[in-house]
Design a protein around this ligand. Structure first.
Ligand SMILES: NC(=O)c1ccc[n+]([C@@H]2O[C@H](COP(=O)([O-])OP(=O)(O)OC[C@H]3O[C@@H](n4cnc5c(N)ncnc54)[C@H](OP(=O)(O)O)[C@@H]3O)[C@@H](O)[C@H]2O)c1
Length: 402
């Protein structure tokens, strides 16, 4: 009989992590290191960061470490020298590693690059802890159909969705009036549009409350991230898009709320530390000890809420419109945003050009009839490529698209 563990009451959890070297991956690694007897790390997967991946594989005693970038395989092998950790690289190696027996797959690659490996991870009897929001933004219907057909269990890592998951009574879904996601408002919450026009990547990367990867931090500053999260919530929970709302809440103490038809508003609160929602996915339906700062409401004193300003934050409006369009617009929205965020980070465009680029690309694709509903992941990936190319054109050709 397998030994008892505090987390799942049975054998160690066999875990594979997609995006192990990122912000989510590192928070997860911290939880594994604190509970080594509870986990058996099957594979750790990253993009190019050979030394970080190898160090993590050593610390977590992983069986395999895989990079997407095949040109870094020798670096990875060297960094793993003297260990029994198997090294691999390339898309085939990632998909093969994801296929290996595991109880839990954590999807924490950033961007639409996470789509194929995370979809491949969906298998009967598995738990998928999903941080890669792009799976739901770009291919929500296909992803959720895969989850339903396989019988795999999907748990949301994103703090707002994890919060809503904790207070969303599935057997009372018809009693729910509204689901509300909170947003910190980011570093430019009080800035005018004129002020935002001149902000630098350094300013935009300084999130007031959360410590996250670069792309999601910039998306938080434009509020595109909140738009992505509304799309995510639409796919994760049995609700209509009209029932989804956003509240700006600068203290980031309340992460999500569910309003029932009797007027009750249930919320989940906690410190802004991703180890809480990640641990919830690891231990569900139990809880595990997590050394996050406890939320001291007396110390905090005041919690404030305000409506989002769609004029100053047009990225949120674009995402809400993409969801309402009920076509493939969210996949194009994400791809255009990924390219525009990279261009902003490399100082090719200004902060307000991010939503401007996304809007121009969506209008162009819509006018060309290219936003038909995607029937397959290949359709999604083809649209992703097209939207990327158009965004690059917009950036490189003086903000024009033909
Ligand atoms: N950070 C948060 O607090 C947070 C909260 C909620 C949701 N999320 C979502 O979680 C996901 C990860 O966010 P993050 O902030 O952790 O991102 P991050 O810090 O930028 O890390 C991204 C991870 O993905 C890996 N990666 C990138 N491209 C890859 C590819 N083609 N193949 C395999 N691995 C690849 C990176 O590897 P390298 O290190 O080798 O580049 C890294 O491990 C995003 O979808 C984000 O929106 C994040």
């Amino acid at each position: 009989m397998a030994p008892e563990t505090a987390i799942n009451g049975s054998a160690p959890i066999r875990i594979t992590v997609l995006g192990a070297t990122g912000s989510i991956g590192k928070s997860l690694a911290d939880l594994i290191e604190r509970n080594p007897e509870q986990f058996d790390v099957v594979a750790l997967i990253a993009n190019t960061n050979a030394s970080e991946l190898a160090q993590m594989a050593r610390r977590l005693n992983a069986s395999a470490a895989i990079l997407a970038d095949a040109s870094r395989l020798n670096d990875l092998r060297e960094a793993l020298n003297g260990t029994s950790v198997e090294a691999g690289a390339g898309e085939g190696a990632i998909l093969e590693a994801v296929d290996r027996d595991a109880d839990l797959i954590v999807g924490a690659i950033v961007g639409s690059a996470g789509l194929k490996p995370t979809m491949t991870a969906i298998k009967p009897g598995r738990r998928i802890a999903l941080a890669n929001k792009e799976c739901l933004v770009c291919a929500g219907d296909l992803f959720m159909a895969g989850i339903r057909q396989s019988g795999a269990e999907l748990l949301p890592v994103d703090s707002e969705h994890n919060a809503i998951f904790q207070v969303f009574e599935n057997d009372q879904a018809d009693q729910i009036e509204k689901v509300i996601l909170t947003a910190s408002g980011g570093p430019f919450r009080t800035f005018s549009k004129a002020d935002m026009a001149g902000v630098t990547p350094e300013q935009a990367l300084k999130h007031p409350n959360w410590d996250m990867g670069a792309r999601i931090t910039i998306d938080s500053a434009t509020m595109m991230n909140k738009g992505f999260e509304v799309i995510e919530a639409f796919h994760l929970f049995p609700i209509a898009h009209e029932q989804l709302g956003v509240l700006v809440h600068p203290q980031s103490a309340v992460h999500g709320l569910v309003q029932y038809k009797d007027g009750s508003l249930l919320a989940q609160l906690g410190s802004p530390d991703m180890r809480t929602p990640i641990s919830h996915c690891l231990a569900f339906p139990r809880r595990m000890e997590v050394p996050v700062k406890r939320l001291d409401l007396a110390e905090l004193g005041t919690l404030t809420f305000e409506a989002p300003d769609l004029d100053r934050f047009p990225a949120l409006r674009l995402a809400l419109e993409a969801l309402k369009s009920a076509n493939a617009a969210p996949a194009a929205l994400n791809a255009a945003d990924e390219v525009a965020v990279e261009a902003f980070l490399s100082r090719k465009i200004g902060f307000l050009d991010i939503p401007a680029a996304v809007e121009a690309v969506l209008e162009n694709l819509s006018a060309g009839g290219q936003l038909a509903v995607s029937e397959s992941i290949d359709d999604v990936l083809a649209l992703d490529l097209e939207a990327r190319a158009k965004t690059a054109d917009w950036i490189n050709s003086g903000r024009n698209l033909c």
